[in-house]
Design a protein around this ligand. Structure first.
Ligand code: SF4
Ligand code: SF4
Length: 425
């Protein structure tokens, strides 16, 4: 069925009130009606009725969405604009082919061995491709590469991906939960320290940790590009990899991977491929973010004393905020004796990454991020913590470019340092 036909009823629910416009981060910097949520719905309607072509212009407008879900939360009629945008992208991919960047990404994501080899090569060529950014552990490209503007501050690629660092099963205390850890690509290749923190925290409370080696990308990048066959293939591989271990919980430490398992697998994917319904529903039921799980299992930090409390602000990743997971990370942080949690302005606004939005629209992405950088600067904090490696990458880039010295850490890193040293970060 035509992907836009599938969302026809949802399109009809929009009454054009414009309540979403004031909340759309992309509209706030681009300022053109077609990129607002209401505008995208009008565009999708016009494409469905045939009054607008699924051409390069439509593709460009539909690509200007972070899939942040803010418009969905604010819409009085529950119009799922993010799903409508994804349907339009799928229709565009069918009509015009998957766009080159997504084709390349899909090829790599479908082939873990090739992705590992590419990451290893990039880590070896690091000194040739990148120069170290002073006063931080980040890197900047020496020259622009396709889809990578030269001003970006990027994290170092891990020479050894996280998935190859541990045995598949790390036994815990009998009777304690068995947790299957879905690591996600960014932790695997760019931030293995988040994975190390996750493992040490789970071990500290006696859980058995299963790091299934066959896990793949959650598929969000393929879905974003309208490449549904690749999304399905990755989803099926993940279902197999995660189902074969008897898990009490499936834990993610990336808000977007969790968002894929909670909303996209049982929703959009099942709508296209109903044969996966039962398995996707069961996966969503078992999936929890690390901050939810630690809070649920009654994690308590070490009892060390610090001479000086650290000021930490928390940034809400969109895919946790939209699921209502905002209390747990804050409570975990404040449970550390030497942490003073500072609520910064617009803590729950999008950082502007939006996955591939940052690749295609770097200027707008950093324009959205500028507000976040200013809020962090105004909060005068030592650390900004979050629960999504994608947000970490974006926040660190913005802070570097804004010459703000605040460190960016995952909540798990802050907590793990607490238990390791008996004190905060
Ligand atoms: S998507 Fe919702 S909030 Fe936006 S114009 Fe339509 S009905 Fe109004
Ligand atoms: S999902 Fe976010 S970026 Fe996309 S239209 Fe809605 S508010 Fe705007």
């Amino acid at each position: 069925m035509d992907p836009l036909k599938r969302v026809e009823q949802e399109l009809k629910k929009c009454v054009k009130c414009g309540a979403c416009r004031a909340h759309c981060p992309v509209f706030s910097v681009v300022g053109r009606e077609p990129v607002s949520a209401r505008g995208k719905i009008a565009l999708a309607r016009a494409a469905l009725s045939g009054t607008v072509e699924l051409d390069a212009r439509t593709r460009s407008d539909m690509s200007k969405c972070l899939l942040c879900g803010r418009c969905v939360e604010k819409c009085p009629n529950d119009v799922p604009t993010d799903l409508i945008v994804l349907a339009a992208r799928e229709a565009l991919a069918r009509r015009r082919g998957v766009a080159p960047f997504y084709r390349m990404a899909g090829m790599l994501l479908r082939n873990r061995a090739m992705l590992n080899a590419g990451a290893f090569l990039a880590s070896l060529l690091g000194p040739l491709l990148f120069r170290k950014v002073p006063a931080s552990s980040g890197l900047r490209l020496r020259f622009p590469l396709p889809y990578m503007g030269g001003k970006r501050r990027l994290p170092k690629i891990a020479a050894k991906p996280f998935l190859s660092r541990h045995p598949e099963v790390i036994p815990g205390v009998p009777g304690k939960p068995r947790v299957v850890y879905f690591v996600g690509c960014m932790t695997n290749y760019l931030y293995p320290e988040i994975g190390e923190a996750a493992v040490s925290l789970l071990k500290s409370i006696g859980c058995t940790v299963v790091i299934t080696k066959d896990q793949q990308c959650c598929g969000f990048p393929a879905l974003s590009g309208g490449d549904l066959p690749t999304f399905r293939r990755l989803a099926e591989q993940n279902l197999e990899a995660l189902e074969k271990h008897r898990a009490d919980y499936i834990m993610t430490s990336c808000a977007s991977c969790g968002g894929a398992f909670h909303r996209m697998y049982p929703g959009l994917l099942v709508e296209r491929y109903p044969d996966l319904a039962e398995r996707c529903r069961s996966l969503a039921e078992k999936t929890v973010d690390a901050v939810e799980l630690l809070e649920k299992l009654g994690f308590t930090p070490g009892t060390g004393r610090a001479e000086k409390p650290r000021r930490i602000a928390y940034h809400d990743p969109c895919h946790l905020r939209s699921r209502g997971v905002t209390r747990q990370p804050r409570e975990l942080l404040t449970s550390l004796q030497d942490v003073r949690l500072v609520e910064m302005e617009a803590a729950d606004s999008c950082c502007g990454l939006g996955g591939t939005f940052n690749v295609y629209h770097y200027g707008a992405s950093m324009g959205i991020n500028a507000r976040k950088t200013a809020a962090i600067r105004n909060a005068s904090v030592d650390v900004v913590a979050t629960a999504c490696p994608g947000c970490m990458l974006q926040l660190a880039d913005g802070l570097h470019q804004g010459a703000v010295g605040t460190r960016v850490l995952h909540v798990l890193q802050v907590l793990a340092r607490g238990i390791a040293a008996g004190k905060g970060p």
